[in-house]
Design a protein around this ligand. Structure first.
Ligand code: FES
Ligand code: FES
Length: 238
């Protein structure tokens, strides 16, 4: 490695920049058509406000702490992040989490099935914020889930379907059946689940009468941590 090389990984692929522009920000870098000889064009990471206010540009940054001997994952607004701050880091974008070309990740699937995405512009950022949370906490609390979405704005959904979809990852049981009623919310006139309002369930039943989605007892494929990108071992030796 030469001293003027900037080395980091994007979705498991190594990037070496020899003439990195100190003013270049990660969001624009990812969305460019070509990164050196790599054809990334990772346009899933969205430009919303450009000033750290909306979360549409969220990616996950993973680094290795040699003192604690731990890999740390954190969400970051790529619109504020100079690429020169990424030496030794692994960047994961929404394309690295899942796509219809490879496989949809449970985080994406649950969001879609629970109608947590409408125009879809905020969706990659939502997915990445929750992905970073789940990489650190496989069974988060509802407080952690809501807090993880603090920096993500959505102008369409009103947030409830987003929170509901990710409630399914929470460690506390929230299902009506688990709560002892023995009945599913969607079979009742009014939802008794604390997660959903009666209005919301009526809306879903009206517009999606055959929908297999039950907000209270969903049959979602579980998260499989073995399918995720591993932290590049090379970066642990740098
Ligand atoms: Fe809005 Fe980055 S584009 S926070
Ligand atoms: Fe449109 Fe969230 S789905 S901004």
């Amino acid at each position: 490695q030469q001293s003027d090389e900037l080395i980091f990984f994007v979705n498991g692929r190594k990037v070496i920049e020899r003439q990195a522009d100190p003013e270049e920000l990660l969001l624009y870098y990812l969305r460019k058509k070509h990164i050196l000889f790599l054809n990334f064009r990772l346009s899933g990471t969205k430009y919303g406000c450009g000033i750290g206010g909306c979360g549409a540009c969220t990616v996950m940054i993973s680094t290795y702490d040699p003192v604690a001997k731990q890999i740390q994952h954190r969400p970051a607004n790529s619109c504020l992040l100079p690429i020169c701050s990424l030496h030794g880091a692994a960047v994961t974008t929404v394309e690295g989490v899942g796509s219809i070309k490879t496989r949809i990740h449970p985080i994406q699937e649950r969001l879609a099935k629970c109608h947590g995405s409408q125009c879809g512009f905020c969706t990659p950022g939502m997915v990445m914020s929750i992905y970073a949370l789940l990489r650190n906490h496989a069974e988060p609390s509802m407080e952690q889930i809501i807090s993880a979405l603090d920096g993500n704005l959505c102008r369409c959904t009103g947030y409830r379907p987003i929170i509901d979809s990710y409630r399914s990852f929470a460690r506390e049981p929230t299902c009506c059946q688990l709560r002892g009623t023995g009945q599913c919310c969607l079979d009742q006139e009014e939802c008794v689940c604390s997660s959903s309002t009666g209005d919301q369930v009526s809306y879903i039943r009206y517009f999606f009468p055959l929908s297999p989605v039950c907000l209270c007892n969903p049959e979602f494929p579980p998260m499989d941590p073995t399918q995720e990108f591993i932290f590049p071992p090379e970066l642990m030796r740098m």
